[in-house]
Ligand binder design. Structure first.
Ligand code: KG4
Ligand code: ZN
Length: 344
């Protein structure tokens, strides 16, 4: 019988302080705890994440969050060397001062508890959220991973093997959602706000462009879409009365672009599965639209359950389990936060 593995993972790359413990019994993953201290309500008043405030909040929250994760998983922490097999932490990409809080905590615990350390790329974490409740994903797999900070089409030929086949030339789709929501006065974070407001208005038709839809490659550009929205709203004297229609067309434009590019790439690389990941994969319209269109091409679409789409530590633990089996460890004195860490 295989030995059960338990990993503690820490995530602090942006504005969520998170810790989770996952067990791998050799057949499936079990989330024993998944604690998140969100700072959304603090940053909301500024219309976006303020790095200095985020780092201070991480410092305040990190130990209580790790303690809660241990407690909820039924672990004492005082016996961590026996209870856990490794500690994992997000080392990048993200905000440097936010990342450092998680990284320094993980390094200290690794040193004190004599446990190996696993450095996890935040984007790999988003991708591996899809393995939390699904172990039968078939390779080659095409992953559309899209959040506030990244917008990548990734070809995976096996576990932990990433080839970037598409990227954004400017903004990520999540960033575009956040900026569009600001233009429409809908608040932060923009994705859920736009989704909530989106509604067809039979009396007021809006048409926005779909930049780079047929560019012949798998790259994206969302900055022009946001600017097109801005110009239309500026020209419209009654824009306040048409917020629902603007939100609806913006959400559909992003959905059309992501769906079209993903299906084009899946066809070219002959993938067996499509996966959606990252904060924007919480978008219900995108989830339903992509799933329906892909099904038309006979391709299954895998998307993580909603609580694991936006930043959390269970996704980091999931990636770490696979890295553990692949022997990917980093000694505590070499582990560093890297705000520009690349997926490779
Ligand atoms: O992955 P995430 O939590 O943080 C980053 O790594 O950036 O993603 C946050 C992004 C934000 O831009 C937010 O507006 C977007 O994901 N988002 C959504 C939805 N929920 C979050 N975008 C569209 N629809 C949603 N329901
Ligand atoms: Zn994220």
């Amino acid at each position: 019988m295989k030995k059960e593995i338990k990993i503690l993972a820490i995530e602090s790359s942006c504005d969520e302080t998170a810790a989770s413990i996952i067990a791998d019994d050799g057949n499936s993953l079990h989330i024993l705890s998944n604690i998140i201290a969100s700072q959304i309500d603090i940053h909301k008043q500024y219309g976006g994440v303020i790095p200095e405030i985020a780092a201070r909040e991480h410092c305040r929250n990190i130990i209580p969050v790790v303690n809660s994760a241990l407690k909820e998983a039924g672990l004492s922490g005082s016996n961590a060397t026996q209870e856990l097999q490794a500690i994992a932490v997000t080392t990048g990409p993200g905000l440097i001062t936010s990342l450092m809080v998680g990284v320094e905590t993980a390094r200290s615990l690794s040193y004190a508890w004599k446990l190996p350390l696993i450095s996890v790329n935040h984007i790999a974490g988003h991708i591996y959220a899809n393995w939390l409740n699904n172990q039968s994903i078939q390779f080659p797999c095409l992953v559309m991973t899209v959040s506030g900070g990244h917008n990548l089409l990734v070809l995976m030929t096996d576990h932990l093997k990433y080839k970037i086949v598409g990227d954004t030339k400017d903004d990520a789709a999540g960033e575009a959602f956040d900026k569009a929501a600001k233009i429409l006065g809908l608040g932060y974070p923009g994705g859920p706000a736009i989704a909530k407001a989106a509604q067809i208005d039979e009396q007021f038709k809006v048409k926005l462009p779909r930049p780079m839809l047929h560019s012949g490659d798998f790259n994206f550009s969302f900055s022009g879409l946001k600017t097109a929205l801005l110009y239309q709203v500026q020209k419209d004297k009654a824009a306040k009365n048409h917020t629902n229609a603007y939100a609806e067309e913006f959400e559909q434009a992003v959905t059309d672009i992501i769906t079209t590019k993903t299906l084009q790439a899946a066809k070219k690389y002959k993938t067996k599965t499509i996966m959606l990941a990252g904060g924007v994969s919480a978008n219900k319209r995108l989830r339903a639209f992509l799933t329906a269109k892909a099904l038309g091409q006979g391709l299954p679409v895998i998307i993580a359950p909603l609580p694991y789409t936006t930043d959390n530590a269970a996704m980091i633990a999931s990636a770490a389990i696979f890295q553990y089996h692949a022997g990917q460890f980093t000694p505590w004195h070499k582990l560093k936060a890297n705000p520009n860490l690349k997926l490779k």
